[in-house]
Design a protein around this ligand. Structure first.
Ligand code: SF4
Length: 154
């Protein structure tokens, strides 16, 4: 059983600022060594460059700090993430908290002031609507438990 993972959490420099946000975990390293982590960046897949202007959700839209509407690219990336999950039979995702694509518990409030609020990113929302469980890098224990449940259920 494979897990979709935000590419930046695996150390790939795909964030808006050209950096990564690698998460350190022996458990994850083990899954990676078994070929069970599928890295994906919805924003890059959706057609946005790296680096790119920061963007935040404003209701159903995603807007860059400069005021450009990039909703189409964000939604395209979300659809591609879902398509990959379907193709690979993926039921679990580990996505970067706080991102307008990948956030699962909180996102920035759309004002570019560094203030976050409860909410989820575009990709997380779509995956959850289609029955895929999404966890953040702060929830590795919960993800491991869910993986164990799914595996024992066959
Ligand atoms: S869209 Fe997701 S995978 Fe891509 S850089 Fe942002 S948080 Fe990481």
């Amino acid at each position: 059983m494979k897990i979709l993972i935000s590419a930046c959490l695996l150390g790939m420099p795909v964030r808006y600022d050209g950096q990564s946000k690698g998460v350190v975990s022996h458990w994850l390293q083990g899954l990676g060594a078994e070929g069970r982590l599928l890295p994906f960046c919805p924003e890059v897949a959706g057609g946005l460059p790296t680096p790119r202007p920061p963007a935040e959700r404003q209701g159903e839209h995603v807007i860059t700090q400069g005021g450009k509407d990039v909703t189409t690219e964000f939604l395209r990336g979300a659809q591609l993430a879902l398509a990959l999950c379907r193709q690979e039979g993926i039921r679990l995702a580990l996505l970067k908290e706080g991102s307008p694509s990948c956030g699962s518990g909180r996102i920035y409030n759309g004002q570019f002031t560094g203030v976050s609020m409860a909410g989820e990113g575009c990709t997380t929302a779509l995956l959850r609507r289609h029955g895929i469980d999404v966890f953040s890098e702060d929830q590795l224990a919960q993800l491991a438990e869910r993986l164990r449940q799914l595996q024992s259920a066959g």
